[in-house]
Ligand binder design. Sequence first.
Ligand code: FES
Length: 108
Amino acid sequence: MDSHDDYVTVAQVDQIPPGTCRTVEVDGIFLALCNVDGTFRAVDNTCPHAGGPLGEGCLDGDLIECPWHGWRFNVQTGQRPENPEIRVACVEVRVEGQNVQVKVPLTL
Ligand code: FES
């Protein structure tokens, strides 16, 4: 393979306190970036129900709740607890110093 994985910075650690999430954008793709008790996770921002913005929802433990109709997704697995067949894509995240970075290219 001649391609290699790379990471881009999408936020600073202190912008997303534990227990919160926000929407970030990478190359025109929106992600919900979550801080689960100090561990950062990222999933596709678009709710599979009707396209709601997950990054504008609430985080409860490792579950993010869509602000539109309340569907919840586990941000570690992408699965909906009530129906694991329904899921959002997860993106690899790492922290470098104060930088929260996601792996690109995104494979959503
Ligand atoms: S769009 Fe997310 S629950 Fe309906």
